[in-house]
Design a binder for this molecule. Structure first.
Ligand code: SF4
Length: 360
């Protein structure tokens, strides 16, 4: 078993040389000689959390066409931003994006702070994103550690402690490697290596510029790293959606409160989402109107980061006019206008389910 740690000087030299020839061309990435744009880097990093480069490219272009500068984004309505974010999920990120744009434009003269510490104070910018912006844009010698860098580093050092407990040590290993010159390029080189060569399941060690440095490769077991603890099982929550349709074909909707899960987004009213199943009788006590309710066949399923959701639908036609209690809390929207609202994926599934009334 090889135990010597990789030589940082050699790792830096080999990896930067490889990056200069093989680095990915990405819409938010600067080319040699260009000055990185903090708006581009920040926007892309926020979008990239939890999703892939391929998905983000389309959204990034869409955002830039609509809001080419941070000033334009800061002046947008939150609802427009949430709407443009649809499909990327984790809407808290879109809300924080908008908040941060307003702070930077309103309180910082349109300039991003240039240290990791100051960046971390902005809404939605955590440890990784702060380090990524600080090093990529401002060339600070700090080390962002995303899943790619975590994997490459744990393999290079054949680090066998279990994650997430071992994350701190991986961060230390990664900072040992970070060079004083071109730290931002080095971080992006590690990201590219992790994405294209040091893949989770099939690392292409033969073509890896770091194969002579990598302890996992020399020990013949790269796939063993990183060592991860078993993920906790997500629980299941259940709810009943109230699909109320008026004579003119408009459907009852409401806006969720601004904070919390799917904050500020539009939805069809529903019961709470809880672990215990809802009986028909229990559910209609929570309905927004009294009416002749019928339960549609089938169920809509959706998975959030920390729970699975199962929804059933109760439907009713609204015969009376809008003079029932709390009528002003609701919006009335034609199905053809649903795309004009920031509807989360789960609510799109509900609309689709009702349109088909099929068993899933
Ligand atoms: Fe990853 Fe293999 Fe390269 Fe090691 S040699 S960094 S395991 S691709």
């Amino acid at each position: 078993m090889y135990k010597n740690i990789p030589n940082p000087v050699l790792v830096r030299r080999r990896l930067l040389r490889w990056y200069d020839q093989n680095g990915r061309e990405l819409p938010w990435r600067y080319k040699k000689g260009q000055i990185p744009d903090p708006y581009y880097v920040w926007l892309s990093e926020i979008m990239l959390a939890q999703t892939t480069v391929k998905v983000v490219k389309g959204y990034f272009d869409k955002f830039l066409n609509r809001w080419p500068t941070i000033e334009k984004l800061a002046n947008a309505e939150l609802d427009e931003v949430l709407h443009a974010w649809q499909g990327l999920g984790y809407y808290a990120r879109a809300r924080n994006l908008h908040k941060t744009a307003k702070i930077i434009v309103g309180e910082m003269g349109g300039h991003f702070p240039d240290t990791e510490l100051a960046l971390r104070k902005l809404p939605g910018i955590g440890d990784y994103t702060a380090a990524a912006i600080a090093t990529i844009v401002f060339n600070k010698v700090v080390t962002p550690v995303d899943a790619n860098i975590e994997r490459v580093t744990s393999r290079l050092f054949a680090f066998g402690d279990m994650l997430p407990k071992g994350k701190m040590q991986i961060r230390k290993f990664a900072s040992v490697l970070t060079p004083n010159a071109r730290p931002g390029d080095f971080a992006q080189a590690l990201m590219d290596l992790g994405s294209g060569v040091c893949n989770p399941k099939k690392p292409d060690c033969k073509n890896c510029p770091l194969k002579l440095d990598c302890l996992a490769f020399m020990n013949g077991n790269p796939n063993h790293y990183p060592v991860k603890s078993v993920k906790p099982v997500r629980n299941v929550r259940r709810g009943m959606v109230f699909w109320v349709i008026r004579k003119d074909g408009r459907v009852m909707m409401r806006l969720r409160s601004k904070t919390g899960l799917l904050g500020g987004m539009a939805e069809f009213p529903s019961t709470d989402w809880r672990e215990k199943d809802w009986t028909f009788g229990e559910a209609i006590k929570k309905s927004p109107i009294s009416g002749s309710w019928r339960q549609l066949d089938g169920m809509i399923r959706h998975t959030f980061s920390h729970f699975h959701l199962e929804l059933r639908v109760l439907a009713a036609d609204l015969k009376m006019e809008n003079n029932f209690k709390d009528a002003n809390k609701f919006l009335w929207v034609l199905p053809s206008q649903f795309p004009n609202y920031a509807l989360p994926s789960i609510m799109k599934k509900v609309a689709h389910h009702v349109a088909n009334e099929t068993i899933r």
